[in-house]
Design a protein around this ligand. Structure first.
Ligand code: ADP
Ligand code: ASP
Ligand code: MG
Length: 432
């Protein structure tokens, strides 16, 4: 069995959706499909949640999807479903004081795109049986809205039970990104989290292959859309892929590898518009020769430097308080030490900061950029890295080393995005 996930760019318009269906048609082993929201719909929904005029904006989102369904010639098969979802979305926007409804609003992106995908798949793949499922009825999570943790045992049980009932030839279309908590409220698994949904399905179903179909033909050692010297990593071990994902490489959600059954499931990352190009294969073998795995750049980072009040007896005690507070505010930090907390910009930061001020004096830097270097035997780079950072400093560009381990270097800078230049770091890490 193969579980296939199609990302936002793979379902951004009618011709992209037809590319996905061509891939499904080619191999009947592909029997579970996880669909992301179309294009940048989740960003749009985030803006709508905070907007003063949400009703006209949400109408635009629905109308955009109606146009997509029309272009695919299946609008008549989607109309009732879309009208019903639109009523639900408007209802949700009428109750924005209830914070948990933010996740429900974000869910409409995946719910719309997956239904359109399903209707077109029924037509293109006939006579194969195609089934539409609500992933949130299967993926059970805690109540960490915005970045919910799946409850793996319950989720596995639900998925297995659901699939026992299906004909072996059936194809199931469902959504990425979505879960549901005990109160039956929709939760989301974190931005970019559809990859994680796909790996939860692959692991529950013990599938042989998990495919992540996207707009690049594999995982590169740096973003190929940004760096012309980027090289594709054809083979990665689970551990290498997990470290790269956790370092913030956009192409793979940070928790994608966690649920994978390493004795069974290989992961493939490839390009929807050109499957012939091949891609990256993640398996137990990997490429042990690779000493410099990759460089990941994460923008929109908030850095909070902490100076404890004198009445806090020790740094350890202070750190425990911060961990408890992060948990209370339901925030997963990217990095945490007794000197600083590094977070992806998100809505929960302001309440975290005001609580933090009760026991320490935080200094906040927003819109920072984090650069993570991942590899092996990196300690030898210490001196050359210091030299490079000194050269940047002379140009008024400050980079701070927040973490230095033998397989990981984490740097943060406040350079404005437009002036951000990491060519020296690139050269230092990968060579000329
Ligand atoms: P999807 O919508 O399919 O989930 P994403 O936008 O999340 O796709 O991920 C694909 C993007 O990740 C690519 O367009 C590419 O610009 C970016 N990217 C960043 N780092 C890498 C990397 N090391 N290798 C490949 N792609 C990368
Ligand atoms: N649609 C969600 C997002 O944009 C999840 C995903 O695409 O992986 O974050
Ligand atoms: Mg993604």
């Amino acid at each position: 069995m193969i579980v296939s996930k199609f990302g936002g760019s793979s379902v951004k318009d009618a011709s992209s959706i037809l590319n996905c269906l061509a891939i499904l048609k080619e191999n009947r082993q592909r029997s579970v499909v996880i669909v992301s929201a179309s294009g940048k719909t989740t960003n749009e929904l985030e803006i709508i949640w905070n907007s003063k005029e949400p009703h006209s904006l949400i109408k635009d989102v629905f109308n955009k999807h109606r146009d997509l369904a029309r272009e695919l010639g299946i609008y008549h098969l989607c109309q009732i479903y879309m009208d019903d979802l639109e009523t639900q979305a408007k209802e949700c926007l009428n109750h924005r004081t209830q914070n948990h409804l933010r996740d429900q609003l974000l869910s409409f992106g995946e719910r719309l795109s997956s239904f359109i995908f399903y209707r077109k798949a029924q037509e293109v793949l006939a006579p194969r049986e195609v089934i539409f499922d609500h992933a949130y009825e299967l993926i059970q999570t805690n109540s960490f809205y915005g970045e919910a943790d799946p409850l793996q045992d319950e989720t596995h049980r639900n998925i297995k039970k659901r699939f026992e009932k299906l004909a072996p030839e059936a194809l199931v279309i469902t959504q990425g990104f979505l879960g549901q908590n005990e109160e039956k409220n929709i939760t989301t698994l974190g931005r970019e989290g559809s990859d994680f949904s796909a790996s939860l399905f692959a692991s529950a179903l013990d599938s042989e292959i998990l495919e992540i179909w996207t707009d690049v033909d594999g995982i590169y050692d740096r973003d190929p859309h940004r760096f012309e010297n980027a090289k594709r990593l054809d083979h990665l071990s689970y551990e290498q892929a997990d470290t790269l994902a956790k370092s913030g490489m956009k192409v793979l959600f940070k928790r994608t590898i966690e649920p994978i059954n390493k004795n069974r499931t290989r992961v493939f990352v490839g390009q929807t518009s050109d499957p012939q190009k091949g891609g990256t294969i993640i398996s137990s073998e990997g490429n042990k020769e690779l000493k410099r795995l990759g460089m990941a750049i994460k923008e929109n980072i908030t850095q909070i430097n902490i100076a404890f009040n004198s009445d806090v007896s020790s740094n350890e005690h202070g750190l425990e308080n911060i961990k408890a507070l992060l948990d209370q505010c339901k925030i997963h930090p990217l990095f945490l030490s007794y000197k600083s907390v590094i977070l992806e910009n998100n809505e929960k930061i302001s309440s975290f900061v005001s609580k933090l001020k009760e026991f320490c004096c935080p200094v906040i830097f927003t819109n920072q950029i984090m650069i993570n270097l991942v590899g092996d035997e990196l300690l030898c780079l210490k001196q050359p890295l210091d030299n490079v950072l000194e050269e940047y400093e002379k140009e008024g560009k400050t980079f701070e080393v927040v973490e230095y381990r033998k397989n990981f270097i984490g740097l943060i800078t406040s350079s404005a995005k437009d002036h951000f230049d990491c060519s020296r770091l690139e050269k230092l890490f990968f060579g000329p």
